[in-house]
Ligand binder design. Structure first.
Ligand code: PRX
Length: 634
């Protein structure tokens, strides 16, 4: 790193007491050690911090790259490390999860209680015929049973596929079908902003469209009336009261490389991809990144305010905190319900020491002014975090000053569903620059390169690339290994580099500034959506012949969705139709995918091969030069 005194731009140096407290105090040394010999470094971390049923023969097997294997030959189960092993220590009686429902109900699970519930539900799933390797779809609100369901699957070696509760019928149906899930776990409804999202109703519609689900398990959360199909649907509480719900259920012995879960995410084209993570490498990566970046200590109260339905929740609400034996807070509802200080009141109520959230949430809460956070005692906070999109410096400074009282460093973590855990991120000992995720996590080999793979000059834009494997990396796209190679490893195949799909700059100090996606992925309020899926929701309406969708920058949400539609004969564009189409997208895909505006057009710019040139649409909206038009058909 450059000499601290000579660093360029707005720099926040770590306070000595923060560094003194941290697990990692010398970034340069740890990064150099890890980079010098990845296998040796991660082998040591893995051996010292986890329980393996059987050790590995080879730490990193790169013979069949990019199908890398980590901890090859080892036997393990992530749930053994997240729950079972804590039953032998004082962690057993510690709060694992502090849950607060939106209506104000609260529930605390100790590690013992969580282990008990997970074991019972695991044996229920086993009794229902779920076997190692089977896929189970989970579609729920942000309640403890969601975590119990995920862990119960992992305990018996089933592969969970969580579909975010904000998604809707078609999105859920497509993910159920692609994964060929036998069982769906859902709940009657979920509380949001004082109203109920009718999840079971959506689940019923999705299951009607798909052919693989044999059983549906429904958790009673709101008590609302729901339709239960006899012989297919079961209440969770009924099953958990049966003798088959055995709290002594054994944990399945897995290979380190056996799948733990799949999680669908959007990519360049076509349908969403099922990103596959494994028991061994993911366990090591998520928990080590959390421990070092957020300096997790036994006395901490950690609050990752994401949804468990996305990777942030998988890694940093469910798996990593439990592996570390930490106490987590989980809140069900909206940050502004019933008032804009709900979050701040929760920090004071539970004495939260570390808050991890997204820039869009910070910007949203910033709008209500300082008086709301200032009403509450936030003095327990010692670290803050950001994830999901670049954080604008203004939001960073507000977060730092108003929430962190200028004493809490902000860990701006860049990573992806595919990476399993943090990749570019400060550690508490690293100087910060608002808007930059700073530098690579120890051992991560990251660069910004041009078309030919040459590093770009300082402050020039280029492709972000990752040049060597890491334990938490995705292993494949479930059911589509060719697409895995094509999507991530073909652009710089010669060099063998992973392409995340982001553009970035690197400054004079080697700090990375992520700019945004280079593909047809739109980040709306930090949620990752594919243009293709929204377009296909639009054309599933009988009025629409063709559709194109782009992201337009928005101060609050990062991006908003703008759609262009060519109508079928007999239909005419109107405000009423615009509303109908927006509602249609919300019904098929979910409210987050709802376009903000729809423009009715007669044609769309396309290449001669028929591919829609979204960049032309975008340039036009932004009032920018449309660039090279040589491939345009018309
Ligand atoms: O574009 C980057 C952006 O989010 C993408 C990954 O989205 P997803 O798989 O949904 O995972 C989000 C949570 C890890 C990346 O390709 N992104 C994520 N974190 C940051 C970010 N962009 C800038 N700064 C970040 N800290």
């Amino acid at each position: 790193m450059a000499d601290e005194k000579k660093m360029v731009g707005e720099v926040y140096y770590p306070a000595p007491e923060v560094v003194a407290h941290a697990h990692i105090r010398d970034y340069e040394k740890v990064h150099a050690d890890a980079s010098a010999d990845l296998a040796k470094f991660w082998g040591k971390v893995a051996a010292e911090n986890y329980e393996w049923f059987q050790p590995w023969e080879q730490t990193l097997d790169d013979d069949n790259a990019p199908f890398y294997k980590w901890f090859k030959g080892a036997k393990v189960n992530i749930v053994h490390n997240a729950l079972d092993r804590h039953m032998r220590t004082a962690v057993r009686n510690k709060a694992a999860l502090i849950f607060e429902g939106e209506p104000g109900d609260t529930k605390v699970y100790t590690y013992q209680q969580l282990h008990y519930q997970v074991s019972k539900f695991a044996s229920v799933l086993r009794a229902m015929g779920v076997q190692k390797g089977d896929r189970v779809t989970i579609y729920m609100g942000r309640i403890p049973e969601l975590i119990i369901a995920m862990l119960a699957c992992a305990k018996i070696g089933a592969i969970h596929s969580v579909v975010y509760g904000g998604f809707s019928t078609e999105a859920l149906h497509e993910r159920i079908d692609d994964s060929q899930s036998k069982v769906l776990i859902t709940c009657d409804g979920a509380w949001l902003r004082g109203t109920i999202i009718e999840l079971k109703k959506i689940a019923n519609e999705a299951v009607d469209r798909s052919g693989t689900i044999q059983s549906v398990i429904c958790v009673k959360r709101t008590g609302m009336d729901v339709e239960m199909v006899q012989g297919r649907d079961y209440w969770y509480h009924d099953l958990m009261a049966l003798p088959i719900a055995d709290p002594t259920a054994p944990t399945q012995v897995m290979d380190a490389e056996d799948p733990l879960f799949i999680l669908y995410t959007s990519g360049t084209t076509g349908k969403p991809k099922a990103i596959l993570h494994t028991h061994g490498g993911y366990m090591v990566w998520t928990s080590t990144t959390l421990k070092w970046v957020f300096d997790i200590k036994p006395e901490d109260v950690w609050w990752c305010a994401a949804d468990p339905g996305w990777i942030t929740g998988h890694s940093y609400i469910v798996y990593a905190p439990l592996i570390l034996g930490a106490t987590s807070v989980m809140y069900e509802g909206a940050p502004t319900y019933p008032y804009p200080d709900r979050w701040w009141s929760l920090i004071a109520k539970y004495g939260v020491t570390i808050l991890y959230t997204a820039p869009t949430a910070i910007r949203g809460l910033m709008r209500f002014g300082e008086s709301w956070p200032n009403k509450h005692d936030l003095s327990t906070l010692r670290l803050l975090g950001s994830v999901g999109e670049p954080i604008n410096p203004e939001a960073w400074r507000w977060y730092h000053r108003v929430i962190g009282k200028e004493k809490c460093p902000i860990m701006d973590t860049w990573w992806q569903t595919e990476t399993g855990g943090f990749m570019i991120t400060p550690l508490p000992c690293v100087p910060l620059k608002p808007g930059s995720a700073t530098r690579a996590f120890p051992g991560v080999d990251i660069d910004v390169v041009d078309e030919d793979g040459h590093p770009v000059a300082a402050n020039e834009e280029g492709f972000l690339v990752i040049k060597s494997p890491w334990p938490g990396m995705l292993r494949t796209i479930f059911g589509d290994p060719d697409r895995y190679v094509q999507q991530y490893w073909s652009r710089f195949a010669e060099q063998g580099w992973y392409l995340p799909g982001d553009s970035a700059k690197k400054d004079e100090d080697g700090y990375i500034w992520v700019i945004g996606r280079i593909d047809d992925v739109i980040k709306v309020s930090g949620y990752r959506l594919g243009t293709a899926e929204i377009e296909s929701a639009l054309v599933s309406h009988s009025a629409v012949a063709e559709a194109a969708v782009i992201g337009v920058p928005d101060e609050l949400r990062g991006n908003i969705i703008k759609a262009y539609c060519i109508l079928r004969q007999g239909w005419e564009g109107s405000e009423k139709l615009e509303h109908m189409l927006k509602d249609h997208v919300a019904h098929e895909m979910g409210p987050i995918a709802k376009p903000s505006t729809i423009e009715f057009v007669d044609n769309l710019p396309k290449t001669r091969s028929g591919k829609i040139m979204r960049r032309i649409l975008k340039a036009r909206v932004m009032g920018q030069d449309v660039g090279d038009l040589s491939t345009l058909a018309d």
